[in-house]
Design a protein around this ligand. Sequence first.
Ligand code: GAL
Length: 851
Amino acid sequence: MNMNKKMFSLNNCLSLVVCLMMGFSGFSQNTAIKRMGSTDTQSFDDNWLFSRYGLQADGLIKEEPKNLEAVSTNETNWEKLNLPHDWAIKGPFRIELRGETGKLPWKGIGWYRKHFTVPASDSGKEIFVDFDGAMANAKIYLNGNYVGTWPYGYNSFRMNLTPFLKFGQENILAVRLDTENWDSRWYPGAGIYRHVWLVKTNPVHVGHWGTYITTPNITKEAADIRMIVKVDNATNQTVKAVVTTDLYEMDINDVAKLKVGSLIPRTVEINANGNKEVEAHSVLNNPKLWDLKTPNRYVAQTKVTVDGKVVDTYNTPFGIRTIEFTARNGFLLNGKRVEIFGTCNHHDLGALGAAINTSALKRQLVMLKEMGCNSLRTSHNPPAPELLELADKMGFLVWDEAFDAWKNGKKKLDYNVIYDEWHEKDLLALVHRDRNNPSVFIWSIGNEVPDQQNVAMTKHLADIMRREDPTRPVSNGYNDPDGGRSSGAVVALDIMGVNYFFSQQPKWDVDPRYEKKPTLGSETASTVSSRGEYFFGDPYNKTSWQISSYDDAFPGWGCSPDTQFRTNAQFPHLLGEYVWTGFDYLGEPTPYNSDETNLLNFRTDPSKQAELEAKLAELQKSNPPSRSSYFGIIDLAGFPKDRYYSYKSHWRPDVPTAHILPHWNWNERVGQIVPVHVYTSGDEGELFLNGKSIGRKKMEAGKDFRLVWDNVVYTPGELKVVCYKKGKQWATDVVKTTDVATKLKMTADRTEVFADDVDLVFVTVDITDKSGLVVPRSNESVKFSLEGAGEIVATDNGDATSFVPFQSHERPAYNGKVLVIVKAKKGQKGQFTVKAESAGLQTASTVIRIK
Ligand code: GAL
């Protein structure tokens, strides 16, 4: 202990000297730091050619010619496009395709080719191409030569192009992807669906994901910063390099601002064609901690110098925070308890498919944050790097997950087919890429994997993660009620992840093996609903294939949000929950999903398995059109369902919230009962129908999570709730019977956009009556057009059964709402106007300016 203290104060003096020597100058430019890595990293997304073989969108087969990697390949009919690209999202939806993967034709063989030149002046440099993710079984070729492969479609990987690159001449990069030999329980997307980067370095440079920053001791006054830097030497001689690192504060725009210190320089000798790790440290005074409300970030800028010349500059954004997980007092961030109010989310972005888009992702996270969500589970695979960048910036904690299967798959061609050869490489790719992100706080080695009881396998995988990053706990999501606890597999984990089955918790809480093991609800609820649909009686409508939004429908393993809140209240020492799911996603339209892997949720209950099996067989006969999930708290188009306000009320108790359901347009039910439910962060409420009180109701803390008036007799007019908290008026909500639909109302989420091909504007169109009230159950068809320097990217309405292609410019509203996603044409200036028209309704338009 004493020794440590001494060491820190010595570091302090040294870093001060170093700072003085180097001056306090800021970064040379005021430019945003794109990402972790060497500074000569350029987007490689533009100008690709694409051609599809094997299974086609219409189900026919187009034979794949041999040697498409060859330089001489005839590219005449190849499609020109920019990445990210998901070849399957344009459909068409086909009824005979499986609901679990979105009824979209994602299986096929995709070839991508890109012609590019690296100037002769770069000769002698190392040239890499970094893929953030390519679905799936990627094989990379340069100028006809095989460079390498990466089968797992969710991981990021680097290919070294140097050996086959022709400097100053044209090069052809070819990528073959194959989703025919990949299976999935949800829509995985297909293609180079994430960003690609060209990285140029000198032969001596920081290795790929070659930095690792930890902050082992943090007080209010000082943080101990330790950094490991791996330096690669691609020359044929031993070199001596000096590694220096400056630390800067990083602002919300990713720009390095004030220089706050430097690490002690290190000199390292690296063998020819070898690499070496060096460790440097420093003490940072008065650290600004990263937390959920003020997600302060820093960036470490590392320079590698050989013979007095800087040969590489490498940026590592990071944050300073403490995380502590306890079995009895939950999770502590910077010493303060934070209950995990999390959502699980798949990677697709609805109408955009799997193609990553930062604007779309940000829109999702803004909505989740507003609801009070503070944590994201990347179910069930490594996320796009942009998700972690946004989580770092916006203040979310991330459960970063590796796999949905290990050696024994859930599907025939799951991860199981590559497990033996690839699991370690895939875990390393995940942990090396993500271990500097302050948002990442738990590693997950799996979700409901069939091998969940396997003690040796669990230990082996958890040990890999701990070896590479001892600063974060390792978990796994279990769906067996006893989890891996009876077999002892959980002994190897730091945190127990329970999916759905909490009933055994008291038993395991007193088991000496697990009493000190923190437990987290890694998956909860799985409530299903369709936005704006309300049924009286059976929540499932097997004609429309929609589900009632009274939030009382869930599969056999799930429950309502209310029941889960009650369970959480019963086990207050648990770390919190991850709701399945924040957003609807493509595929897995349970309960109208006949995917037999659902049976795995009852792996120890044969009678429930048999019951579900019979249901699935029955379902198969009626072949529902459902192609996206009903699990989302927010629908596929990004419109909140009623449940949004349940979570917001519970997760943000200090924000006045009151939300009435259902809508109040029940002309066919005049004189009949229409139950009214209210979500509120208050504790009491009085309901009024046309000014007359229907009664005042209270909620019992820890027991009730909605106010229910089950006997309201429907009369058109105005329904109003006045909610109270501790006896004082707190929040109100009103729903009114509307008039007939007369006009369209348009609301854009922004009025300005960048013309960078990436920035998107989400425009909502409401079908309203003459006074502007949204008409529920209206489904008029809306036609979109655009004038000026913009483009329509996609449309959606959140209807999980719609077969209208997402690219269509015309779409019916679903329960009063429809969405159009637009962007500016790349590089253009000025503005554009988005217009919506519908027969018999007043049109609407909005102007978007280009920044
Ligand atoms: C879980 C599974 C999720 C999803 C969910 C639906 O068992 O981990 O991926 O399938 O069920 O309720």
